[in-house]
Design a protein around this ligand. Structure first.
Ligand code: PGA
Length: 241
């Protein structure tokens, strides 16, 4: 696991975006694994800026997102699909047929997991982007998730629901369930970049890097992958020795 520490969130986002842009320019049909949440917003902003300046095309790129809420009801605008459209896909030339995100509106989420798993397994992700939850989750692989887990339906951790309630009108509105790629899917990616920003991530970052490798901190499993990069700002790195 390689670690890079940046002065601030902006520098962190520019560096991660440069990695993605570099890959897509070299490999026009790259397969990207994408993440949602607050952390990658600045990365997507950089990708859009670069695209609008005419530098990089996503015409032949395929994307797989990590996860999606189940049970949003009328709150479609809080879905990760909607987040991705607003922050990235609506602003670049990606082929909509090459965008894959679990469908949280499938009436049978277990079947949706099976279908998503089949789609992922037809590809190998070149670069998987990850955030980290304050409880150490990656995707929605909450503490306790098995190392060999594949795409599955998950009951969201209390901490995750409370962390994500900032995107909703109230805690009650935050879905109880989600679909997520498993740890095994994530670890099959050729290269992984996990990014974290802010003091709220210090504990999780410390446990990922310096704690035991076990499912109490699912991000610690990334230490079993040979090409994982951790991009941090100074605040997120604050507890590392
Ligand atoms: P955040 O979420 O970027 O909104 O902090 C990260 C995560 O839960 O993986």
């Amino acid at each position: 696991m390689e670690i890079k520490i940046f002065d601030n969130y902006n520098d962190l986002c520019v560096a991660v975006a440069d990695e993605i842009i570099g890959l897509v320019r070299k490999k026009h049909d790259a397969i990207l694994g994408l993440a949602t949440g607050s952390t990658p917003v600045g990365v997507y902003r950089e990708l859009v800026k670069d695209f609008q300046a005419g530098f990089t095309s996503y015409k032949n790129v395929t994307t797989f997102n990590l996860d999606e809420y189940v049970g949003l009801g009328s709150n479609w605008e809080k879905s990760y699909r909607s987040y991705m459209d607003n922050n990235l896909f609506n602003h670049i030339d990606i082929n909509p047929d090459c965008i894959f995100i679990p469908n949280g509106y499938n009436a049978n989420p277990d079947l949706e997991c099976e279908a998503y798993e089949k789609k992922i397994n037809r590809h190998q992700i070149d670069l998987q982007l990850l955030g980290i939850g304050s409880n150490g989750h990656i995707g929605f692989n909450e503490p306790g998730t098995a190392f060999d887990s594949v795409t599955h339906l998950v009951r969201l951790d209390k901490k995750t629901r409370s962390d994500n309630s900032r995107f909703f009108n109230s805690l009650d509105e935050v879905p109880l369930l989600a679909i997520t790629m498993g740890i095994k899917n994530i670890l099959k990616s050729k290269k992984i970049i996990l990014m974290a920003s802010g003091t709220g991530k210090q504990n999780a970052v410390f446990r990922m890097i310096q704690g035991p490798v076990d499912n109490s901190c699912p991000a610690s499993f990334l230490r079993e992958h040979s090409d994982t990069w951790v991009y941090l700002d100074k605040d997120a790195a604050g507890k590392l020795e």
